[in-house]
Design a protein around this ligand. Structure first.
Ligand SMILES: Cc1cc2nc3c(=O)[nH]c(=O)nc-3n(C[C@H](O)[C@H](O)[C@H](O)COP(=O)(O)O)c2cc1C
Length: 197
């Protein structure tokens, strides 16, 4: 099983989100068969937002069906994975802009989804399982704009039917035992992964 780990943990080895992702990967290797991890470190990719020039180039390639162009490498990789893991800190109630730029790259009509005759999108990705991990400085409460948005995009448009989530919250709140919070979140995510079929 090829798991695509989209690593948006910008603080690298300092990142608490990355620590949770590593625990998730360890648990996947323990509980699931033949797991191989393909890690995409967004901080090393320099993915630019779509501007007029890049959008026009992309439209031209889409119309010709030239999906083997390097421009579509992220979408091809995303569509081919057996499972997707996203790790991103909770920034501005959502996630870093880098991840939004990546999502522009993977949402490609004709590659990761198509529109059906009635106008509804249909996902073309091989995977249906998606796991999202985040950590937040404060409480997330009902303002989970990052995962809510990802659920809409990946669930509604890209066809993922099985989307799960784990978080550690309040890590920057004065007096909080950060280690305890992280261990608690690791326990929760490990239990979730163990229950996957
Ligand atoms: C640019 C930036 C924006 C942030 N925005 C929020 C926010 O909106 N809400 C919140 O609770 N914490 C916010 N935080 C705090 C982070 O979510 C928190 O420190 C998180 O654990 C960082 O994850 P990391 O250790 O993986 O980098 C922000 C931190 C940064 C650097």
């Amino acid at each position: 099983m090829r798991v695509l780990f989209v690593n948006c943990c910008i603080r690298g080895e300092e990142s608490r989100t990355l620590r949770l992702c590593r625990a998730a990967i360890d648990q996947m290797k323990e509980s699931l068969e033949d797991v191989t991890i393909e890690e995409l470190i967004l901080d090393q990719e320099e993915i630019l937002p779509l501007n007029s020039q890049r959008l026009a180039q992309r439209h031209e390639l889409e119309e010709k069906g030239q999906f083997d162009d390097p421009m579509f490498r992220y979408a091809r990789q995303f569509a081919a994975a057996d499972m997707i893991l996203f790790g991103a800190p909770y920034w501005e109630y959502q996630f870093p802009a880098m991840l939004r730029c990546y999502l522009e790259q993977v949402s490609v009509c004709g590659l990761t989804f198509v529109y059906m005759e009635d106008g509804r999108p249909k996902g073309l990705c091989k995977a249906n399982k998606f796991f999202y991990i985040t950590t937040a400085g404060g409480p997330i409460l009902d303002r989970n704009c990052g995962f809510d948005y990802i659920k809409t995009l990946c669930g509604n448009m890209l066809g993922f039917t099985d989307m799960d989530y784990a978080a550690a919250e309040c890590l920057d709140v004065w007096g909080v035992d950060v280690e305890e919070k992280l261990r608690e979140a690791e326990g929760v995510l490990r239990e979730k992964i163990k229950s996957w079929r």
